[in-house]
Design a protein around this ligand. Structure first.
Ligand code: FAD
Ligand code: DLZ
Ligand code: SF4
Length: 510
C-alpha cells in the first residue's frame, strides 16, 4: 500500500491535515517546484526565494522526522512545470494506491486538484485545511442571512470560540471587545527605540536558491540584496519570540504609524511564516496572550494583535471562499486606468509612495497602513483598474496568496466589490498621511495646498474621486459629510480641481 501525499509551498506545517493518521511507512510525500507556480504572476524575486528555500528546508525536516520525501526541483531536466504534470510523473514512479492532499489556498489550484480523481486512475482524498480557526461551514453559518458581514461581530465569535482574552465569566478582558481607538498614535520621535526584526543569514540551501532565482527570474520585480527571511521553522519561531519580547508592547500604539526609512516599526513581520504554514496562528495568539497575562504587554496591543489574526485574517479567508472565483473580476467603480510604472521602481516624487514602494521592492514587505493608505489609497483615488492592482499586490509581497490578498485588495482597499467588505472606501486626502507619518515633510509637494502646481496629488485626487463616483457613492451614509462639503464648493473651485486632477492623471505613465 502506497499513499502519495502532495505538499504545496504554502502547506509547510508539520501537522498538515493530509499527514494526520497516515502511517509513515506507507507514505511518499511529494514536493514540487514548478514553473506554473513561480510564474502565474511575476512574483517578487525574494518571494520566490523565500518559498523555495522554505520548501527545501521543510523537506529536510520531514525527512528527519521519518517521512519519505520525493522532492522535484525547478531545474530538474524532466520537470513537467505544473502540479498536475508532476503528479502524473510521480504516479508513474510510485504507483500509489491512494492520493491524499490538503485543499489549497486558491480557486485556481483547487480546480486543478478537483480534476485529479477523474484524470488519474487512483482514488483521491482532498482534506480540509485545518490550520485556521474558522471552518468554511462556521463562516457560512455566521454569514447566512446577514445584511452586512461586519468583521467586528465575526471577531467576537472567534474570541468566544478560542477563549482568547476572555475573563472567567466569558466576558471580554477589560470589559471591551475592541481597543482600536487607543491604537492610532502618530509615529514617535524616537527612531533609536524602534525594534528591528531578526535578520537570518542565508545558509547553503538558501544561497543555492538565491542563485537559481537570480538566474531564472531576473525579469521579475524586486531585489534579492536584502534577503533576510527565516526559512526554517526554528528561525520563524525565533522571530515570533523576538516580536513578542521587543515589539508587541507598542504594536497597538503605533500600528497605523509610518516613518521615513523605517519599514518595520513595531509590526511582527510574521505573515510570510503564518501563510506558508511554518507558524501556527493560534499558537502565536496564545503566546501573545501569555505575554499579556504575565504583564509584559498592555491590553490595547494584545487585543489589537489578536484581532488581526483571529479577526481580519480569518474573516478575509471566509469572504474569499464564500464569494467564489468570480470575486476577482468585480469592478464596482468601473476603474480602468493602467497601473503606473512607478509601482515597480518607486520612481515618483510623491515621497509617501516612493517610501512604500521602495521598501516593497527591497524587502517584499510593507505594513498594513502603507498597503491600505499609501499604495492602495493612491490606486483607488486615481481610478486604477482593480485587477491590475490585485495582480501587483499578489506579485510583490512575500506573504501574498490569493485567499488573503484578494479580499484585502479588491474589497477592503479598492472597493471593487461595492462595499461587501468595507462600509466605505478607504480614500483619503494628504491630511491623513500627514497626521500618521513624517512623509510630507520630505516631499516636493505641499500637503496643505489644495490646488496649484505644488498641491499634494492626494488632495486633488480625493475630491476628484468623490466627484467622478458620485453616482455609485453619493448615497453612502458614511460619505454624507464629504459629499455635503463638495456640494458647498463654488463651481469654479470644483472645475479647478477637476482640471488639475486630469492634468496629473494624464501624465501618469505605465
Ligand atoms: P502585523 O501588523 O504584525 O499583523 C499581525 C498579523 O495579523 C499579520 O502577520 C497577519 O497575519 C494578520 N493580519 C493583519 N491584518 C490583516 C488583514 N487585513 N488580513 C489578513 N491578515 C491580517 N496580508 C497577508 O498576509 N497577505 C497578503 O497578501 C496581504 N495583502 C494585503 C493587501 C492589501 C491591499 C492590504 C490593505 C492588506 C493586505 N494584507 C495582506 C494584510 C496586512 O497588510 C498584512 O497581513 C501585514 O501587513 C503583514 O505584516 P506583519 O506580519 O508585520 O503584520
Ligand atoms: C507561490 C509559490 C511559488 C512561487 N512557487 C511554488 C512552487 O514552486 N511549488 C509549490 O508547491 N508552491 C509554490 N508556491 C505556492 C503555491 O502557489 C501555493 O501553494 C498555491 O497557490 C496554493 O495556495
Ligand atoms: Fe504623499 Fe502628499 Fe505627503 Fe507628498 S505631500 S508625502 S504626496 S501625502
Amino acid at each position: 500500500m502506497t499513499i502519495l501525499i502532495p505538499i504545496l509551498g504554502d502547506q509547510l506545517s508539520p501537522n498538515l491535515s493530509a499527514l494526520q493518521g497516515v502511517e509513515q511507512k506507507a507514505a511518499v510525500l511529494l514536493m514540487m517546484e514548478v514553473d506554473e507556480e513561480t510564474t502565474y504572476v511575476r512574483h517578487h524575486k525574494a518571494k520566490i526565494a523565500f518559498i523555495l528555500s522554505a520548501m527545501r528546508h521543510h523537506a529536510e525536516a520531514l525527512r528527519e522526522a521519518g517521512w519519505a520525501v520525493d522532492y522535484v526541483r525547478l531545474d530538474d531536466a524532466e520537470n513537467a512545470g505544473s502540479f498536475t504534470g508532476e503528479l502524473a510523473r510521480a504516479i508513474e514512479r510510485h504507483r500509489p494506491d491512494r492520493i491524499i492532499a490538503t485543499l489549497p489556498g486558491e480557486w485556481r489550484v483547487r480546480a486543478a486538484m478537483e480534476e485529479w480523481a477523474d484524470r488519474f486512475d487512483v482514488p483521491v482524498e482532498l482534506r480540509e485545511d485545518d490550520r485556521f480557526v474558522c471552518t468554511h461551514e462556521e463562516f457560512d453559518a455566521w454569514a447566512e442571512g446577514r445584511k452586512q458581514l461586519r468583521m467586528e461581530f465575526f471577531y467576537r465569535e472567534m474570541r468566544r470560540k478560542t477563549g482568547l482574552l476572555l475573563d472567567d465569566e466569558g466576558k471580554p478582558e477589560g470589559g471591551e471587545w475592541n481597543y482600536d481607538s487607543e491604537n492610532r498614535k502618530p509615529p514617535p520621535n524616537e527612531p533609536l527605540l524602534i525594534p528591528q526584526p531578526l535578520r537570518f543569514k542565508p545558509d547553503a540551501i538558501t544561497c543555492e536558491v538565491l542563485d537559481l532565482v537570480a538566474r531564472r527570474f531576473g525579469n521579475h520585480p524586486g531585489s534579492l540584496d536584502h534577503f533576510a527571511f527565516a526559512t526554517r521553522l526554528e528561525d520563524a519561531k525565533k522571530q515570533q519570540a523576538h516580536f513578542i519580547k521587543h515589539a508587541l508592547a507598542k504594536f497597538g500604539d503605533y500600528q497605523d504609524a509610518m516613518l521615513t526609512d523605517q519599514p518595520f516599526l513595531w509590526h511582527s513581520i510574521l505573515s510570510p511564516y503564518l501563510n506558508c504554514g511554518l507558524l501556527d496562528p493560534l499558537d502565536l495568539c496564545r503566546a501573545v496572550e501569555k505575554a499579556y497575562r504575565e504583564g509584559k504587554a498592555p491590553l490595547n496591543a494584545t487585543e489589537g494583535f489578536i484581532r488581526q489574526i483571529i479577526g481580519w485574517r480569518e474573516y478575509v479567508r471566509g469572504i474569499y471562499w464564500r464569494e467564489g472565483p468570480d470575486y476577482a473580476t468585480r469592478n464596482a467603480l468601473n476603474a480602468t486606468r493602467p497601473l503606473p510604472g512607478f509601482y515597480y521602481d518607486g520612481q515618483t516624487d510623491m515621497h509617501c509612495l516612493k517610501q512604500a514602494i521602495g521598501q516593497t521592492m527591497d524587502h517584499a514587505y510593507a505594513h498594513h497602513i502603507q498597503r491600505l493608505m499609501i499604495t492602495g489609497n493612491f490606486a483607488l483615488v486615481a481610478g486604477i483598474d482593480p485587477h491590475a492592482v490585485h495582480t501587483w499586490y499578489l506579485e510583490v509581497y512575500a506573504d501574498a496568496y490569493e485567499w488573503v490578498e484578494l479580499p484585502n485588495t479588491l474589497g477592503m482597499s479598492q472597493f471593487a466589490d461595492g462595499g461587501l467588505l468595507a462600509s466605505k472606501p478607504y480614500a483619503s486626502s494628504g491630511n491623513y498621511i500627514n497626521s500618521m507619518s513624517d512623509y510630507c515633510g520630505h516631499c516636493r509637494y505641499d500637503v496643505k495646498a489644495k490646488t496649484g502646481a505644488r498641491a499634494c496629488p492626494f488632495n486633488l485626487l480625493y475630491w476628484d474621486f468623490l466627484d467622478r463616483n458620485e453616482e455609485v457613492l453619493g448615497k453612502n451614509q458614511r460619505l454624507a459629510m464629504p459629499y455635503r462639503n463638495w456640494a458647498k464648493r463654488a463651481d469654479k473651485d470644483k472645475q479647478t480641481i477637476r482640471t488639475d486632477a486630469k492634468r496629473f492623471l494624464d501624465q501618469l505613465t505605465r
